[in-house]
Design a protein around this ligand. Structure first.
Ligand code: GLA
Length: 337
């Protein structure tokens, strides 16, 4: 019997570089993602790709070290096989509509699609997301948080997810009827591996040793840090956590102008305090903000390039490379064919 597994990418409305510190995030699934079609059986996971050269050929028993697998995209497949430990193999194809290196969680979508195809427990999306998060680290050594994998698994149509990355509790916040999200590409390709991502995380951990858990700290606590760089990093995380709750309430209450102001404040914090924006992203954000019908815009995801997320009235005309537009999409699913 054949199967089709689908895992969406995501756009994060607010709450970036907070998940790995146990903070708050407010992402939604988008209508772009990764699909695997194939058949279960055998002792190997063998997948081709419509995007990348070469195939993934992974034995289900005795998976090799995922970080050494070739071609590089197969490292994610190997790492998920190592985490999920399926009792049957899979032969099939991977198709993706997500542009890689754009801050839309294409690697998480691949991990979640493979895990879903291999029968990972979707009744318990947290456990499946944790397995995929571990897989990302095993595959490419990026110490990522859980946001991308969890939203891909647990998203609900029409809802933004408020995730507490400490307790892993998920609240579904209704997205306003009279609004739309547009994702615009900056043209700058971002590679999470080798970027300053791990360095930012280490800086947050250093700040935490000074003032206690950033998740529980306030912006006033951050101001007590003498080191100016660590103070800025802690200020970003503590103020961003507050903005997540503020934006969740603003969306639920239909206060879209205020929502736009929160996006502006988040962008400034990512630019000045966390230093993960780029001049190209800053320019795109300021151009888009001037368009009639736009409530707000900010860099989304890890930063260092990739995409800008725009909150606007439905059908607002945005010039530039629009990657996707719409309302929150549903999460991963598995169908038999
Ligand atoms: C990447 C990581 C996530 C998160 C974001 C920044 O997408 O995979 O866990 O840390 O960056 O918010």
């Amino acid at each position: 019997m054949g199967l089709r597994a689908w895992a969406p990418g995501r756009v994060n409305l607010i709450g970036d570089h907070t998940d790995y510190m146990g903070g708050l995030v407010l992402p939604m699934a988008i209508g772009l993602g990764t699909e695997i079609t194939g058949d279960r059986g055998g002792n190997w996971v063998m997948l081709g790709s419509d995007r990348f050269d070469g195939g993934a050929e992974i034995p289900i028993a005795g998976v090799p070290d995922p970080s050494a697998v070739e071609p590089p995209w197969a490292r994610y497949v190997a790492a998920v096989v190592a985490e999920v430990r399926p009792s049957d193999g899979l032969v099939g194809m991977v198709h993706s509509t997500l542009p890689p290196g754009s801050g839309l969680a294409s690697s998480a979508a691949l991990e979640v699609a493979v895990a879903t195809a291999l029968g990972a427990d979707r009744v318990n999306p947290v456990a499946a997301a944790q397995a995929c998060q571990r897989a990302e680290e095993r595959a490419v050594g990026v110490p990522c948080g859980i946001m991308d994998q969890l939203v891909s698994l647990a998203a609900v149509e029409g809802m933004v997810l408020r995730i507490d990355c400490d307790t892993l509790a998920i609240e579904h916040v209704p997205f306003p009827e009279d609004a739309e999200v547009v994702v615009v590409h900056s043209g700058q390709h971002r590679e999470l591996t080798g970027s300053a991502y791990a360095q930012r995380r280490a800086e947050c951990e250093a700040a935490e040793r000074l003032i206690g858990r950033l998740r529980d700290a306030t912006p006033a606590d951050a101001e007590r840090i003498d080191d100016p760089l660590l103070r800025r990093r802690a200020r970003h995380v503590t103020t961003e956590n507050e903005r997540v709750d503020a934006l969740a309430s603003a969306l639920a209450g239909g206060q879209l102008t205020y929502a736009g102001e929160l996006l502006a404040a988040s962008h400034a914090s990512m630019r000045d305090d966390f230093e993960v924006s780029t001049p190209v992203l800053d320019e795109l954000v300021s151009t888009v903000r001037g368009v009639p019908g736009v409530y707000g815009a900010r860099v989304t995801g890890a930063g260092f390039g990739g995409c800008v997320v725009v909150l606007c009235r439905p059908k607002t005309r945005i010039h530039g490379p629009v990657v996707w537009r719409g309302r929150p999409a549903p999460g991963a699913n598995l169908a038999t064919t």
